[in-house]
Write a protein that binds this ligand. Structure first.
Ligand code: FAD
Length: 392
């Protein structure tokens, strides 16, 4: 087999890259490990930055998102049952967010791929990139019991944190930065109306979050010890704990219902540098992970894809490799900006086991400052909304 760009991984990064490259007249083949049903069923991200919404619309993927998604302007922060304040990205920057689930984005991407009879091969085994430092990279894989070799000009590693692409960059050239947090998020999805605002809660019992997917679909989270399992948390116990962390007037607004998904995710910050080695590029979770505080994960995957398709389009159009050479540094600037914001919000909004009374007072002072200072709110709004893409 032969193509211009071999894409490993059919998550949001891989399928979106294929779509954007197609619009530039560039061929690709996507190799995905799991079945389509499995990829679509994963309940993950759902808060899209304005830049992400703009990229999806420009890729012809806006119609269902605009019909079903929930537009909002920022986030509300509440702590210790006291007054809340609102970080208004629209007021400060003219930017809005869209709440629209990752599962729906995946469905839209598969549907777009079907419409153009794209080569998206699911249930591929033993996918392995080869000769990535040379001019003629290739990928080996097994599909429906047969072994294949896919020759290509470039390989895009969009295979998530546990994929194989990052390992194809020699350990001597790769630098990894990591921070693990001493708690996880227990999340449930319910067919109930969300609160009017995405609401982050810092409470002595731990962090809580009320997020949105659509007018009748809500995502709720609470901070739990890493040792907890889903079996420890019946729906009733979850709703009672969630309500205990919200101020009582907000808790009364929470509409409870049966969970349709329940999972625990550990929190981690991770960045691998560089994001390019020879003819291999990393995009999305293959190169970096953020704790979900701030909802940056899928937005970073989209910004990497935006920069990479722009670089490859320039290369195929003019032969210039300037943007390809700049890809890693350009993508990493935005990655580190969102990594810092996600780390900051995680520190600000959680109760860390082992924190001293001094740490606690310092955290409360920071929240007081944010509540009272329009300058601090404007600064956080700018970071939470996500930095604009750099011009080519
Ligand atoms: C439980 C959970 C909750 C999350 N919640 C949020 C949230 O609330 N907000 C937010 O913004 N982000 C969230 N994220 C992060 C967000 O989902 C990711 O940032 C986003 O999915 C990244 O997209 P991606 O395409 O880079 O990687 P993935 O979505 O991980 O896609 C990678 C794809 O590669 C495939 N793959 C892996 N290995 C191979 C291989 N060897 N060969 C072929 N294919 C392979 C995988 O099957 C997968 O389909 C969450 C993540 C998790 C795990």
């Amino acid at each position: 087999m032969k193509t211009q760009v071999a894409i490993i991984g059919g998550g949001p990064a891989g399928l979106l890259l294929a779509e954007l490259l197609h619009r530039q007249g560039i061929d690709s083949v996507v190799l995905e490990k799991h079945s389509r049903e499995h990829v679509i069923a994963r309940i993950r991200a759902g808060v899209l930055e304005q830049t992400t919404v703009d990229v999806l619309r420009a890729a012809g993927l806006g119609a269902r998102m605009d019909a079903l998604g929930h537009v909002h302007d920022g986030m509300r922060i509440v702590w210790a049952g006291r007054d809340s304040f609102y970080i208004d990205c629209h007021k400060h920057l003219g930017k809005r967010f869209m709440a629209y689930g990752q599962s729906q984005i995946q469905e839209d991407l598969f549907a777009a791929a079907d419409r153009r009879s794209a080569q998206v091969l699911t249930e591929c085994d033993a996918v392995q990139p080869h000769d990535v430092a040379g001019e003629q990279p290739w990928v080996s894989f097994r599909h429906r019991g047969e072994d294949f070799r896919l020759d290509c000009d470039f390989i895009a590693g969009c295979d998530g944190f546990h994929g194989v692409s990052r390992q194809a960059i020699p350990a001597t050239l790769r630098r990894e930065f990591e921070k693990a947090y001493p708690f996880g998020w227990l999340g449930i999805l319910s067919r109930t109306p969300p609160l009017p605002d995405i609401t982050y809660v810092n409470h002595p019992r731990g962090f809580a979050l009320g997020s949105q997917r659509s007018p009748m679909l809500s995502r709720w989270y609470i901070q739990v010890p890493l040792a907890d399992t889903v079996d420890d948390w019946s729906d009733d116990r979850f709703w009672a704990e969630l309500a205990a962390r919200f101020p009582s007037e907000m808790a009364r607004q929470i509409v409870t219902g049966a969970s349709i998904e329940k999972s625990i995710a550990p929190l981690r910050s991770f960045v691998a540098e560089p994001m390019r080695h020879g003819h291999l590029f990393l995009c999305g979770d293959a190169a970096h992970i953020v704790p979900p505080t701030g909802a940056k994960g899928i937005n970073l995957a989209v910004s990497d894809v935006f920069y990479l398709q722009r670089a490859l389009a320039a290369f195929y159009a003019s032969g210039s490799s300037a943007l390809i050479d700049a890809y890693s540094a350009t993508a990493l600037r935005r990655v580190w900006s969102s990594e810092r914001t996600s780390w900051y919000l995680t520190k600000l909004l959680h109760r860390f086991p082992g924190d001293s009374d001094f740490d606690q007072r310092a955290q409360e002072s920071e929240l007081d400052y944010l509540k009272s200072s329009p300058h601090a709110q404007a600064s956080l709004a700018e970071q939470y909304a996500g930095m604009p893409f750099e011009p080519a």
